[in-house]
Design a protein. Sequence first.
Length: 373
Amino acid sequence: MNFSFWETDSWFSDIDFCIVGSGITGLNCALRLKEQQPGAKILILERGMLPEGASTKNAGFACFGSISEILEDLKTHTEEEVAKLVEKRIQGLELLRKNLGDQEIDYRTYGGYELFVPQDEELYSECIRKLPEVNELLKPVFHDEVFSLAENKFGFRKIQSKLIYNKFEGQIDTGKMMSALLKKVQCAGIRILNNVEVMELEQEEELVKIHTSKFQLNSKKLIIATNGFAARLGIEEVKPARAQVLITRPLNKLPFEGTFHLDKGYYYFRNVGNRVLFGGGRNLDFKTEETDQTGLTNIIQNKLKNLLKTSILPDTEFEIEQSWSGIMGVGAQKKPIIKEISKNVYCGVRLGGMGVAIGSLVGREIADLALKS
């Protein structure tokens, strides 16, 4: 591209920190860097017009894991690791609320519920049986019992009569959260360039050469915060995972408020005012959904609509207003990857579908690591 002297001097010269990705992690990382080094020149590069991953496309669950998800995690993690994961998610949510304010992000604590279909009788029984054990595991984090049994008072059909209730779960408005974060970043004098994809990185002695789809620039340090797209920049421990979501038109009367999980968290729904937002289903076709391309598939969209009609809103006429998808970053382990990849190159990725909960904390931790080394 043909830049003027002024553009080169103001935007592309003497960059201290270049961050790839303007989602929750990247923006929080930039704010932390600026807070610790007010004079630093920080530039964020974003491949999309809006953040391309899940930060503006997620369901807005301020959650830390349903009981069946926690039991599933205990199969591949130690009790200590699982408790630490939950603690990190709580710390991240507290940091998000503190940084932006509950009103700015429309934070609401209606509580959360896990639902079980009749064919999940074995899992349902296991969750009820192990409920005291999980509560005991999480007691040091919450200083209270997290999970309890609740009646199905919402008119859900083809669902077990008892739901598992979590009084600590909340929800936010994702759009308001990202708008508030962007406002803070802009007020701090941090610049974002959109529609710029990072193609290749070149390591030099005291700087990193960054080749993008539009231009080339140098930065003293580079931080990768692209999560679901991390594999494109050589971070192979992160696999992309597409999440499909839909939302109804406003309903005259909504029979519930809160956040709801179904089938080990692979399905999830909530109220957005008097609409229902419903997402998930990638377990129907893991292979197709392991992609960093946005898009919709009939198998998943039809399943979401069918579950809405037969189980969630069985007595309510509804219309779908909009469907979309976002890209998460997942892996064999749930713990996020926060590390120095090579000299002056760092990453904060693999948020495992918990970006709202841990994105703020991962952003802060990767910034602190980059500042230290």
